[in-house]
Design a protein around this ligand. Structure first.
Ligand SMILES: NC(=O)c1ccc[n+]([C@@H]2O[C@H](COP(=O)([O-])OP(=O)(O)OC[C@H]3O[C@@H](n4cnc5c(N)ncnc54)[C@H](O)[C@@H]3O)[C@@H](O)[C@H]2O)c1
Length: 253
């Protein structure tokens, strides 16, 4: 795919990896449909893009809500007539051990609400956005691309039952959809970032960060633009589908 003049929708675009992907693809000439819950940050990003002569529209939606996803994709269709690419990037963490005793020996369990909210955004949200966008791609006969952002945590990570389960589900969806949608000329692929410097990783305690960095063969966290670069590769390479790129500095969990 030649990115120039393509319409690319990005979820969770207001900050972090989403915002970096928006700037990277915008610099290649894409027009962007930026989806997020955070209006203030979306507006600030849109202004920054505008200053660099990059076209974008912003859309407020909760990707875990079916009606909101249907509505927002219909709005994008009304505005642009088609979507060439979807970057399924929005995600949250609600880390908690399955069961963990405190100092008094009382066991705190992973709450159903923490389980459900991560599954709703990181798995159901990916499903809903991909379903609506691929439907539109089929109706408009657009040979589009869907890129799912998941995580090296898919293999299982301490304190992340909910996150790991959701992200490993995203791998299965990526392979399934690549097989199903190939007949419509739609490619689907995924990227597994390692530890990348964004708001999501700001909350990690400095001593824990030090330990993480020393376990990464390249001895540093990744930068958002290094993930954006992998997104660009997937969009541009017409023979890449059903596969995953791991951008993690060599880290194995
Ligand atoms: N940062 C990392 O180290 C890292 C590593 C592996 C995977 N990832 C994945 O990359 C993606 C982006 O991560 P990030 O670090 O940029 O996170 P971030 O927290 O900085 O940004 C996430 C964005 O998603 C938006 N969002 C959250 N819930 C939403 C919802 N229901 N509907 C619409 N938007 C919603 C937030 O408002 C925010 O703008 C996530 O899927 C995350 O799991 C990140």
């Amino acid at each position: 795919m030649d990115i120039e003049n393509k319409i690319i929708a990005i979820t969770g675009a207001a900050q972090g990896l989403g915002a970096s992907i928006a700037k990277c693809l915008g610099n290649q000439g894409a027009t962007l449909a930026l989806i997020d819950l955070n209006e203030e940050k979306l507006r600030a990003l849109q202004q920054e893009l505008r200053n660099n002569e990059i076209n974008s529209e912003i859309y407020l939606a909760d990707i875990s809500n079916e009606q909101q996803v249907i509505k927002v994709i219909a709005e994008i269709e009304r505005h642009f007539s088609r979507i060439d690419g979807l970057i399924n990037n929005a995600g949250i963490i609600r880390d908690q051990f399955l069961n963990k005793p405190d100092k008094q020996g009382t066991i705190e369990s992973l709450s159903l609400s923490n389980w459900q909210s991560v599954i709703d955004v990181n798995l159901t949200g990916v499903f809903l956005c991909a379903r609506e966008v691929s439907k539109l791609m089929m109706q408009s006969q657009t040979k589009g691309v869907i890129v799912n952002i998941y995580s090296i945590s898919r293999a299982g990570n301490i304190g992340q039952s909910n996150y790991s389960a959701a992200k490993s589900g995203v791998v299965a969806l990526t392979v399934t959809w690549a097989k199903e949608l190939a007949r419509a000329g739609i490619r689907v692929a995924a990227i597994a970032p390692g530890f990348i410097q964004t708001e999501m990783t700001h909350s990690i305690k400095p001593e824990v960060l030090k330990r993480i960095e020393s376990s990464i063969p390249l001895r540093r966290m990744g930068q958002p633009d290094e993930i954006a670069h992998a997104v660009q590769f997937i969009l541009e390479n017409d023979y890449f589908s059903g596969r995953i790129i791991e951008v993690d500095g060599g880290l194995r969990i």
